[in-house]
Design a protein around this ligand. Structure first.
Ligand code: NAD
Ligand code: UDP
Length: 312
């Protein structure tokens, strides 16, 4: 199959491109390199089945493919808040352009949605049936509301045009190829620990997140994309193991053997207090559950960052 991956030079996208190529597909990787890097896909450039195009998904795209994975969007709060209007445009116009393309081609289209659609949740853990608690005018809204609007567009296209859609709600995922300047908690803590710098815990560190290792997540993507046509999602993909941010910092310090100390900085506005996926639906509809626990995944990620930092 010929498969389009938008945001393919990013953290998740590069792993997905690699997986799809390994399975014998042709892959068209589209990216504007806002947070993605050519180095993430450098090892794929020699593969004749791989093509890389610089393109912004806010503009229409004319290509011929059988499947579309729409991952293009900055995912770290630091980056999506840098140009919030472009973030919103990327989610909404990007979704519109990929849906138009899928409609023209009769292709199945996958949307990388997010646990952020649940906002600061009052229901815990979060099932797909929960509608969320999202501030529409805060500093995270460009991302949260952009992704919510994209979901609406996906389901309206399915109802109006019987388009084949697959919507995944992704919970915090980490692993090799995260950008050291990404700003997300796992990469920040590992890089700080390896450099012997202070570990920046926001607030008191009592907020919780559930961390999924990238390989587990990509397996869920591929299963969802190739699932029965009755399976549209939204479907939660994440690891139900729940940790406070302070616990995460302690795991990173233990595993790196670092002498770094925790420092406490102000909690950003609207930072969700708790987050854990209910993955019952993924288990029953996709036969999927994550297999890599936090310490195993952190060890692999630490090795990646050790190599990256020692290479300068
Ligand atoms: P990332 O920032 O590493 O990757 C995003 C990629 O999209 C980058 O390569 C970036 O250059 C590209 N991009 C951004 N705007 C674009 C545009 N307008 N046109 C073309 N390309 C554009 O982030 P990631 O963690 O790999 O996330 C990938 C997708 O998964 C995103 O849609 C994100 O919202 C979603 N997601 C990720 C997580 C996670 O924990 N990693 C959680 C929930 C949702
Ligand atoms: N966080 C932190 N220190 C950091 C980066 C993030 O304490 O250096 C916290 C952040 O406030 C949030 C959690 O870690 O509560 C996860 O943040 P991240 O940006 O990784 O993802 P998101 O908030 O989108 O879940």
């Amino acid at each position: 199959m010929r498969v389009l991956v938008t945001g393919g030079a990013g953290f998740l996208g590069s792993h997905l491109c690699e997986r799809l190529l390994n399975e014998g597909n042709e892959v068209l990787c589209v990216d504007n390199f806002y947070t993605g890097r050519k180095s993430n896909v450098l090892h794929l450039l020699d593969n004749p089945e791989f093509e890389l195009i610089r393109h912004d998904v806010t503009l229409p795209l004319m290509v011929e493919v059988d499947q579309i994975y729409n991952l293009a969007c900055p995912a770290s709060p630091v980056h999506y808040q840098h140009d919030p209007i472009h973030t919103m445009k990327t989610s909404v116009l990007g979704a519109m352009n990929m849906l138009d393309l899928a409609k023209r081609l009769g292709a199945t289209v996958f949307q990388a949605s997010t646990s952020e659609v649940y906002g600061d949740p009052e229901v815990h853990p979060q099932p797909e049936s929960y509608w969320g608690l999202v501030n529409p005018i805060g500093i995270r809204s460009c991302y949260d509301e952009g992704k919510r609007c994209a979901e609406t567009l996906f389901f309206d296209h399915q109802r109006q045009f019987e388009l084949s859609i697959k919507v995944a709600r992704i919970f915090n995922t980490y692993g090799p190829r995260m950008n050291p300047d990404d700003g997300r908690v796992v990469s920040n803590f590992i890089v700080q620990a390896l450099r012997g710098e202070d570990i920046t815990v926001y607030g008191e560190g009592n907020q919780t997140r559930s961390f999924c290792y990238v390989d587990d997540l990509i397996e869920g993507f591929v299963r969802l994309m190739n699932s029965d046509s009755s399976v549209t999602g939204p479907i939660n993909l994440g690891n139900p193991g729940e940790f406070t941010v302070r616990e995460l910092a302690e795991h990173v310090i233990d595993l790196t053997g670092s002498s770094s100390k925790l420092v406490f900085e102000p909690l950003p506005q609207d930072d969700p207090r708790q987050r854990r996926p209910d993955i019952t639906k993924a288990e029953s509809q996709l036969g999927w559950q994550p297999g890599i626990n936090l310490d195993e995944g952190l060890k692999k990620t630490i090795t990646y960052f050790e190599n990256l930092l020692s290479a300068g």
